[in-house]
Design a protein around this ligand. Structure first.
Ligand SMILES: [Zn+2]
Ligand SMILES: [Zn+2]
Length: 114
């Protein structure tokens, strides 16, 4: 069982538990952004270790000012999935993961596939 430390606090848990924890506790880390020119919605999720910010387009189902709040947990699920993948690939030591355990658990878990 792979355990990792939350990148934003000291909570330690398995991959799925950490993903859930991020959504429950660190939802505010996911920023959303509306690009007027492109008329597209984006979300950004910051990596606390290298300052990298993932930016990905969001497809809103309707143009509603409440859209982002309502769907934030849905957006965050995808955003944190990508963040976890980045952390395990780039910062295993910082999140307390032994790189040797990584490949096995990633395969078994399936969470971070593709
Ligand atoms: Zn945390
Ligand atoms: Zn990083």
């Amino acid at each position: 069982m792979l355990n990792m430390k939350c990148p934003y606090c000291d909570q330690v848990g398995g991959l799925m538990a950490t993903h859930r924890h991020l959504i429950d506790v660190h939802l505010e880390m996911v920023e959303t952004q509306y690009d007027e020119e492109a008329a597209k919605m984006y979300y950004l999720v910051p990596c606390p270790f290298c300052g990298l910010k993932y930016r990905h387009p969001v497809k809103p189902r309707r143009r509603d000012t409440h859209f982002l709040e309502e769907f934030k947990s849905e957006i965050a699920m995808v955003a944190f999935d990508q963040l976890l993948y980045h952390l395990l690939q780039q910062h295993p030591v910082e999140v307390g993961v032994d790189a040797a355990d990584l490949e096995i658990d990633l395969d078994e878990d399936g969470l971070l596939n593709n």
